[in-house]
Design a protein around this ligand. Structure first.
Ligand code: FAE
Length: 524
């Protein structure tokens, strides 16, 4: 590889976990690699592993860091109560989803600009939270690993063989991601889930049932945290800015296994800025930076097969830019379409003084209230503030049918999301219906001091960006981008805006399904 030094590649593998160190630099030295994967979230990680296993030398380009080196405090990640520069991606101040309590901006503080692990990409009426680093969203997310309702999946992705997904690829994804469920006795007995048990009781008084949500956080580890046997992570206010322990994120699973094949190399702090077609494949322009943001190099790489796994925002932006600047003019008009926030709405309620939520709260949510009539599931989220706040917080996932779209803005060279506050209204109305019922049944009220918008509902940010290069429209039914050969989308951009549940199990399973077909037909 001409410009990309072997040291930076070996450096990554040396820095990462024990499993990652097993990998050998697999990329060519002449600037050409058989396969490049952009990003290292769920779709990217699946593609990298399966390519590596098939013997295809593969380079993974990730704009964020490899989160493996402890900071001065001995920890790789900071917690939610003490955010430092590791928390957010080149921001002057943290932008936590929950602003504070009693109108005090307790959660946010100034930070030095740095390649932190969580980004909030702000568009006019929507802030999109995404993970940055080797492992993508798996580093920051709540770990809830939920398979969608089959009837809704069939409606959302009608061209996908649902039987194959539910019999083969969802179980495969669950195994690979090490999904586990909280043992009921632990849940019922832990001080750290009082907040969830209280919300269950309040929902029950209004006639609503709850269901447990599986997770990739080890509940065995959590129980040991509570017994004081191991360092606290979920029980130590860690999530959102990374977990130092307990969570089986992609860097520990798919990506470690990919590197261990000996065919996959991961280059962190490498951002792909441009994709052009060559006679037989693709040419990429890549900017490498330091974790402080200083430029290191601009690199030019070529590959035969290009897999875009930069997430709904990242993959869509690369394709839109390529189409609009004439680099890939034959991309379809569908690129940029079909975006949605998975109907995300957060809500905050107030509780009676005699019904506290508990000042100890596990950062990993495990229970959701079900409202089948309104098509809402409301995940009971923690407020691990270390003090009693009397706040019940929820992440509601609704089936809002509205969709946004991206266009390319030449002046800033960025994709711009077109999504208005009005488009979020059906989601807010559905969530409000549920929480009005719960408040009525319990004689409780909403909280106005929790979100930046000073409303009890926040639909101006999301955790679940989906769409932009929708399966069967911008791509064929297996993620091959229309208009070009050997170009693939592997991530959440494929899902048209809504799934009804948290998306990463579906993104993983779809990526497994698609790469199996691509390996059999395009790389055989
Ligand atoms: P993603 O994981 O976003 O990975 C994309 C990667 O590409 C990132 O590492 C980027 O840094 C990188 N990238 C982007 N652009 C470029 C570029 N130009 N060059 C190089 N690299 C680039 O993609 N989902 C659940 O199912 N359960 C949960 O409990 C849950 N909780 C969440 C909590 C939070 C705070 C957040 C932010 C998300 C949560 N999600 C959850 C959503 C989930 O993490 C998300 O759907 C997946 O991570 C999306 O996977 P993708 O493969 O699409």
């Amino acid at each position: 590889m001409r410009n990309l030094s072997r040291r930076s590649f070996f450096g990554v593998t040396a820095l990462t976990t024990a499993a990652l160190t097993a990998g050998r630099a697999a990329a060519a030295d002449d600037g050409h690699v058989p396969a490049i994967v952009v990003g290292s979230g769920y779709g990217a990680a699946v593609s990298a592993l399966r390519l590596g296993e098939a013997g295809v030398r593969t380079l993974v380009l990730e704009m964020g860091q490899a989160w493996t080196t402890p900071g001065p405090d001995g920890r790789v990640h900071c917690d939610m109560l003490n955010p430092d520069r590791r928390s957010m991606w080149f921001k002057d101040r943290t932008e936590a989803p929950v602003n504070g309590v009693l109108f005090l901006d307790l959660a946010n503080r100034p930070i030095p600009r740095y390649a932190g692990v969580l980004d909030r990409v702000n568009f006019p009426d929507m802030g999109v939270y995404v993970g940055r680093g080797v492992g993508g969203g798996s580093l920051v997310n709540g770990g809830m690993a939920v398979v969608p309702d089959r009837a809704y999946f069939e409606q959302v992705l009608p061209n996908v063989d649902a039987a194959e997904m539910y019999e083969r690829y969802f179980p495969l994804a669950q195994r690979m991601l090490r999904v586990n469920s909280i043992p009921a006795p632990y849940f019922e007995g832990s001080d750290y889930y009082q907040y969830a048990r209280l919300s269950r009781t309040l929902a029950g008084r209004a006639g609503y049932g709850t269901r447990f949500l599986p997770n990739v956080y080890s509940f065995d580890y959590m129980a040991r945290e509570e017994r004081g046997e191991v360092p606290k992570s979920a029980l130590g206010t860690e999530v959102l800015y990374g977990n130092n322990h307990g969570k089986f994120s992609l860097d520990k699973g798919y990506l470690a296994q990919a590197v261990a094949t000996g065919n996959v190399t991961i280059a962190p702090l490498h951002r792909v800025t441009r994709v052009q077609a060559t006679a037989s494949g693709y040419a990429l322009t890549v900017r490498q930076i330091t974790a402080e943001g200083a430029p290191v190099a601009e690199k030019h790489l070529t590959c035969d097969h290009l897999f875009l796994g930069a997430g709904s925002l990242g993959s869509t932006e690369l394709l839109l830019r390529a189409r609009e600047t004439g680099d890939l003019p034959d991309l379809s008009d569908e690129v940029g379409e079909g975006w949605g926030p998975n109907g995300n709405v957060m809500a905050a309620r107030n509780n009676h003084l005699l019904e506290p939520t508990g000042f100890k709260q596990s950062a990993i949510p495990v229970l959701a209230i079900e409202d089948p009539a309104r098509d809402v599931i409301a995940e009971i989220a923690p407020v691990p503030a270390g003090i009693e706040t009397y706040v019940s917080l929820y992440l509601a996932i609704t089936k809002n049918p509205n969709r946004g779209r991206f266009t390319y803005d030449a002046a800033t060279d960025r994709a711009v999301l077109h999504w208005t506050a009005a488009q979020a209204e059906p989601a807010v109305a559905a969530a409000r219906g549920l929480f009005d019922d719960i408040n009525d049944a319990n004689n409780t009220t909403y909280r106005y001091d929790v979100f930046a918008n000073r409303q009890p509902f926040a639909a101006d940010f999301c955790y679940h960006p989906l769409g932009g290069a929708v399966l069967g429209r911008a791509t064929d039914d297996h993620g091959r981008v229309r208009g070009y050969r050997r170009l693939y989308v592997t991530d959440g951009a494929l899902v048209p805006g809504s799934l009804g549940v948290n998306p990463f199990v579906t993104i993983t399973a779809l990526a497994e399904r698609n790469i199996a077909r691509v390996l059999a037909e395009d790389l055989a």
